[in-house]
Design a protein around this ligand. Structure first.
Ligand code: NAP
Length: 408
């Protein structure tokens, strides 16, 4: 029988508790939790106090501990835990998308340097096994595009707004009561959570490291009933979509609310569910769907990662290793529908190609091709609702230049 591996767990919140319970139930013969480090010693826990500690050194300085399971809600402390663990030859399993997205390139090199793995399926779309699929099934397929619903809270809110005609604030409150949204929902509703996941998946799908601040994220918090009515008239629903695609040797990607045609597979993904639609040159389109968050779905993926490490699994980053000349391009032309209440919304000259608009009773609507760089300037504008059209191909800005030249 192989050696029993000792685990040190940081964090016993929603995911940590789920992981703990599932490991207990699994009776895994080779995995044993030696210590759990938490922050607040006064919280009432259901777990024996002998295992619990508030001293990180009880895990990091214990030579018997082989695997560190990092499940805390603080990205900068999580990075510190990860670095100290790798330095000591301890493998790391983490679900911390913010920490991973902001530091993935460094984490990749640290794994090489210390020859010790970091595994993080739980960081991207909870229970959907996506990173592992990219590592193995899609390792030799050229990924052309990838788009998905990466955030369950926003999908739940949009489902309630569209199907039950609830206002944004009411739908958000429902999501919070059911535990699908945080009391501070900013990271979810403004698209940051989806963008962290997108940054991680871009590395595994296309072989290119991208920092989250290079990726445009537009939120769902300004969507109105007017936008929803417009979507219905077009035979569409609205989803917060994280999307990336290959254009030559560039990868373009962003997170934004999008009009999704009702017949599209993503339109059928409702409530708190997540989905990823991936298109490979050999495989064509494939849809993966499931629960994207929650104590047990995420706890289970973390357990699978820990069992994987115990069986010597590590990421091989085939797309990064392929060493293609590929880079992220943050400026692309997208087709946008912009609506606003006052008269100082946007101007025709803001568009590269204005295709039309109209004035409703108390709302203006403008449509056309626009640079993502321009949208980036408007990220904090509370007066604009920006929704992109999902079923049109993005255009590279270089094409726009070529058209300008051909007009001269
Ligand atoms: N919730 C989900 O469905 C989900 C899904 C995918 C990924 N994730 C990711 O998983 C991680 C954990 O999320 P969560 O929802 O489980 O968070 P949570 O419920 O807020 O729990 C956070 C835990 O971290 C502990 N903690 C915070 N700072 C610490 C520190 N410096 N040292 C030791 N422990 C510390 C807290 O200790 P106390 O108990 O003492 O307060 C608590 O147990 C996050 O990175 C999150 O993004 C969550």
């Amino acid at each position: 029988m192989s050696k029993k591996l000792k685990l040190g767990v940081f964090g016993l919140g929603s995911v940590g508790q789920g992981f703990y319970e599932l490991l207990e139930q699994s009776n895994h013969p080779n995995l044993e939790i030696k210590k759990i480090v938490i922050k607040n010693p006064n919280k009432i826990r259901t777990i024996a106090s002998t295992v619990i500690s508030t001293t990180p050194g009880d895990i990091l300085d214990d030579p018997e501990i082989d695997i560190v399971v990092e499940l805390i809600d603080d990205a900068s402390t999580a990075l510190d835990i990860l670095k100290q663990s790798l330095r000591k030859g301890k493998a790391v399993v983490t679900a911390n998308k913010k920490m991973l997205a902001e530091n993935l390139e460094e984490i990749y090199w640290l794994q090489e340097k210390y020859n010790t793995p970091v595994i993080y399926e739980g960081a991207v779309c909870g229970s959907i096994p996506f990173i592992r699929n990219l590592e193995t099934h899609y390792a030799f397929d050229e990924i052309q595009s990838m788009e998905g619903i990466f955030n369950g809270s926003t999908n739940y809110i949009l489902t309630k707004m569209i199907e039950e005609k609830k206002h944004y604030a009411e739908a958000l409150e429902d999501a919070q009561q059911l535990g699908f949204a945080e009391s501070n929902p900013t990271l979810d509703v403004k698209g940051y959570d989806s963008k962290y996941k997108l940054a991680i998946t871009i590395a595994h799908s296309f072989g290119c490291f991208v920092k989250p601040d290079q990726i445009l994220n537009l939120g769902i918090d300004r969507i109105t009933e007017h936008d929803i009515r417009f979507a219905r008239q077009q035979g569409c629903t609205i989803k917060l979509v994280a999307k990336a695609q290959k254009m030559g040797n560039k990868i373009v990607g962003l997170v934004a609310p999008m009009f999704v045609p009702l017949e599209s597979p993503l339109a059928q993904v409702k409530n708190e569910f997540n989905a990823i639609n991936i298109v490979g040159s050999a495989t064509g389109a494939q849809l993966l769907t499931g629960k994207g968050a929650g104590s047990l779905p995420t706890g289970l993926v973390v357990l699978a990662d820990v069992a994987g490490v115990a069986a010597q699994y590590k990421y091989s980053y085939p797309k990064i290793q392929a060493n293609e000349e590929i880079s992220f391009e943050s400026n692309v032309l997208v087709y946008a529908h912009i609506s606003f209440g006052g008269t100082n919304g946007v101007h025709i000259s803001d568009f590269v190609e204005f295709t039309g608009g109209y004035q409703g009773e108390n709302r203006h609507f403008m449509n056309g091709w626009i640079r993502t760089q321009k949208l980036l300037e408007w990220v904090d504008r509370e007066d604009l609702s920006i929704i992109l059209k999902n079923d049109v191909q993005w255009r590279a800005c270089v094409q726009e230049k070529e058209r300008e030249f051909s007009l001269v």
